[in-house]
Design a protein around this ligand. Structure first.
Ligand code: FAD
Length: 286
């Protein structure tokens, strides 16, 4: 186990965040038994690739725990065992290489398996929960390993239950044989769609707000005339209004203010309160 002082801006896609002096990398299950002594009394944040979070610019006094579990195997009984830190595009390619379908949607999501389970990440009509059979996690309140079945996680749109203060260690995925040509075509279609609709290679954390069956958040923001609106280097993307992109050196507080501003405008104009998909962590008071 490594405990370091890390600038959180280096470990998140938005490149926001202050220093964290308790940045804990966990590299094996054996190390979990040491956690009880180390973490006590502080807030715990579990971090994957940091592609759905925005840390405050201030020092974070809690623990940031980041698992490093990279197992990825296909068993004879046709299940995949995957470590929680496996990168989703890598998992998607593993499915393809073994002619397995249903994971093509993960190709452009720059997070880990742990983050995708917690968030029930999804795209193009697919959700991560559809692949999941069960998972192993470490409970930071009882300090015990638990095995949770998919049904116990009560998945819904970008949401899971029963995972608070638990480190997901690994998961079992159910798989289906597919046709390699169709899988290849889906992968390139999804890549193409993303390229067309989303801003590339700039600091962001994907969709800022959740969609519902009644509306697309991006459409409401666009119709409120907010495309391109900026606060101190963080702006509503011109390409996709539900992506807020940061310029190099911008601050998390500007994103926080922009989110409040957009919520206010959309609420005034359409009477709808948008719900954040990105997770703000830390102190956002001035
Ligand atoms: C360019 C871009 C495109 C994106 N497109 C999509 C998309 O199409 N669909 C979509 O759903 N999302 C999308 N996202 C958002 C994001 O990539 C996903 O939510 C992803 O699943 C988050 O994974 P992560 O490892 O980065 O999680 P993090 O951002 O590190 O964490 C997110 C949440 O998961 C928890 N978590 C992370 N790892 C673990 C673990 N091992 N155990 C327990 N909890 C854990 C964290 O505590 C936090 O609550 C996009 C982001 C970007 C930047």
């Amino acid at each position: 186990m490594n405990i370091n002082s890390v600038n959180l801006s280096e470990v998140t896609t938005y490149r926001f965040g202050g220093i964290c002096k308790n940045f804990i990398s966990i590299e094996s299950e054996d190390e979990l038994s040491h956690l009880e002594k180390i973490i006590k009394g502080k807030q715990n944040v579990i971090l994957g690739k940091g592609s759905n979070v925005a840390f405050s610019d201030k020092e974070f006094y809690g623990n940031v725990l980041t698992p490093k579990f990279e197992e990825l195997t296909l068993s004879d009984n046709f299940e995949i065992k995957v470590g929680s830190s496996v990168f989703l595009p890598k998992l998607s390619r593993f499915f393809k290489d073994n002619s397995l379908s249903n994971a093509e949607f993960l190709i452009g999501i720059p997070g880990t398996v742990g983050g995708a389970i917690k968030m029930n990440a999804g795209a193009y009509g697919w959700e991560f929960s559809e692949l999941l059979k069960d998972l192993r996690c470490f409970n930071l309140e009882t300090f015990e390993i638990e095995i949770l079945k998919k049904e116990e996680l009560e998945f819904s749109y970008r949401k899971s239950k029963n995972l608070d203060n638990k480190i997901i260690l690994s998961a079992t995925l159910t798989v289906e044989k597919g046709d390699k040509k169709i899988i290849d075509k889906n992968l390139s279609d999804f890549n193409e769609k993303r390229k067309k609709s989303q801003p590339a290679a700039i600091y962001n954390a994907g969709s800022v707000f959740k969609n519902t069956s009644d509306y697309f958040a991006g459409e409401l923001i666009d119709n409120a005339g907010l495309k391109g609106y900026k606060i101190d280097g963080v702006g509503v993307s011109e390409k996709h209004a539900n992506f807020f992109v940061a310029e190099k050196g911008a601050k998390a507080i500007s994103l926080f203010k922009l989110v409040q501003y957009v919520k206010d405008k959309v609420s005034t104009k359409f009477g709808i309160t948008l719900e954040e998909e990105i997770i703000f962590i830390g102190d956002f008071t001035k």
